[in-house]
Design a protein around this ligand. Structure first.
Ligand code: ADP
Length: 485
């Protein structure tokens, strides 16, 4: 059955003001299947006209039904949307697996995470409140948390559902009206999400989805004068652009721009417990994860033992079509494959230790890359510094705790880090010293749970998503001071 027949909307339409409609220009883009390179369907090539219509619809929603929803009602509509997400688990997982090239089990985990975000934010909607503040005699002073207004959400192709959950979910909770620009490489679950929110009773205009390229639809949204907040997840290069565009309108931005996250393993660590976390955090979603642990720092005394154990795991990794659910799927696009492969050479500081295997039945046209494990003796090597966004990990030796901190903190990024050690005092010291938005001790939760604030320092970006922290980010604080004598 064709994809279009499975879906209750036209894949080549935008979702604006509660309706499915073609882009103003009528333009479309092909959506490619990463597992075989075939065209899956067409999507709308939205541009500035569509973004204008979406922003107008969002502004109007704030002045009508959506703007009048109480916090409790907002929570309830999010809860109903979450229930519909769960009911559509099979369809959403299949869509995400096909569109992103993500092994089905991993895609299912993303649908479950989206439902969990909506559950969390639905429950939180009527629990975010202001404060009363002590002030001069004769005054009563309090604060109100208010929505920014129209929020723009520019998201990438690697985890559409999770990023919609943490960004659009939190923005709607606080009463903002959203314009979502999904990535041109994968946007089907974003469209399906809009349809489910509509079915759940989200008023027209509260959420609008405009697919299209970054250069046209994305740039039009980021620079729009009536958008009061922008959240962006993607590359550093585009993040810089978006921040400068938002600066032109003096609006706040939340940027989540990836990383080069380290897992630091000391000689007293429980290696058996660590092993699956070390490898999975590098190859999950074929390494196309902002919080991928692409650097493994290992104390010299256990370096060979750990490297061999990881190599063993790598040799067992199979790479194949998303639907077949191997450990690793294809990369999102031919250009991403080319980019990743351009990094993969060896030299005196970098030795290939082990790689996984592309299964025989993997179609020619798919974007398959063998996962690769490298031993790296130079922490300043390009492969140990730049975000590759592919299934590639480097293992770097260190001798002392001080050295481990210096190497771990020695990139431009700082998103997530972990430390593996049985020594409690060292756990606390490392957690303080590691430069990252999240630190895990004796575990590694790529991105962490929905409850845990997430975001980076340095070139990993700024602002926090997830948990209650996101709700503060998606609202603005008003102070009211009443003099009553
Ligand atoms: P990735 O490397 O993950 O593809 P990008 O930063 O290129 O990351 O893309 C992330 C999102 O940003 C996508 O939705 C993309 O369309 C959008 N985007 C790309 N270029 C621009 C731009 N100049 N302005 C606004 N959005 C953009």
């Amino acid at each position: 059955m064709s994809l279009q027949n499975l879906l209750p909307f036209n894949t080549s339409h935008c979702f604006i003001d509660g309706e499915w409609r073609p882009s103003v220009s009528g333009g479309v883009l092909p959506l490619l299947n990463p597992s075989d390179g075939d065209i899956l369907c067409e999507i709308a090539a939205g541009d500035a006209d569509d973004i204008n219509a979406a922003v107008r619809a969002a502004s109007a929603a704030l002045d009508s039904d959506w703007g009048r929803f109480t916090a409790l009602e907002r929570g309830r509509v999010l809860a109903r949307t979450g229930a519909l997400v769960s009911e559509n688990l099979d369809l959403l997982s299949e869509l995400e697996a096909t569109d992103v090239g993500k092994p089905v089990t991993q895609a299912r985990a993303d649908v479950i995470a989206l439902a969990r975000y909506l559950e969390f934010y639905a429950g939180a909607a009527d629990k975010v409140h202001g404060e009363t503040l002590p002030y001069l005699d004769g005054y009563t002073v309090y604060t109100l948390r208010e929505p920014h207004g129209v929020t723009g959400h520019i998201i990438p192709w690697n985890y559409p559902m999770q990023i919609i959950g943490r960004s659009v979910g939190a923005a709607l909770t606080m009463g903002n009206a959203c314009v979502l620009k999904p990535a041109e490489d994968a946007c089907l679950t974003a469209l399906m999400f809009a349809e489910l929110a509509r079915q759940a009773g989200l008023p027209a205009g509260a959420l609008n989805v405009v697919p299209g390229t970054g250069e046209r639809a994305g740039a039009a949204l980021a620079s729009h004068k009536e958008v009061q907040h922008i959240s962006f997840t993607g590359s550093v290069k585009v993040g810089e652009l978006i921040q400068s565009q938002a600066a032109g309108n003096v609006v706040p931005v939340t940027l989540e721009l990836g990383g080069k996250s380290p897992q630091v393993v000391f000689e007293d660590a429980d290696i058996e417990a660590a092993l699956p976390f070390l490898v999975n955090a590098g190859i999950q979603n074929a390494g196309q994860t902002c919080s991928a642990a692409s650097r493994i720092l290992v104390q010299k005394t256990i370096y060979n033992e750990l490297l061999n154990a990881m190599a063993e795991k790598y040799r067992g990794l199979r790479v194949g079509p998303a639907a077949d659910d191997y450990e690793v799927g294809p990369l999102i696009s031919a250009s991403q494959k080319q980019r990743v492969e351009s990094y993969l050479s060896q030299d005196d500081q970098l030795q290939l230790v082990a790689s996984g295997v592309i299964v025989n039945k993997a179609p020619e046209g798919g974007n398959y890359v063998e996962p690769r494990l490298y031993a790296c003796s130079d922490a300043s090597h390009i492969l140990a510094q730049q975000e590759i966004f592919g299934p590639v990990q480097v293992v770097i030796p260190f001798e002392t705790e001080e050295q481990a901190v210096a190497i771990a903190n020695g990139t431009e990024f700082g998103l997530v880090a972990s430390v593996w050690t049985a020594n409690g005092a060292r756990q606390m010291r490392m957690a303080k010293q590691l430069r990252a938005g999240q630190v895990f001790i004796n575990n590694y939760g790529a991105g962490g749970g929905v409850e845990l604030p997430f975001g980076g320092v340095g070139k990993s970006g700024h602002g926090r998503e997830k948990g209650f922290e996101a709700l503060y980010g998606f609202s603005t604080l008003k102070t009211v001071a009443a003099l009553h004598g």
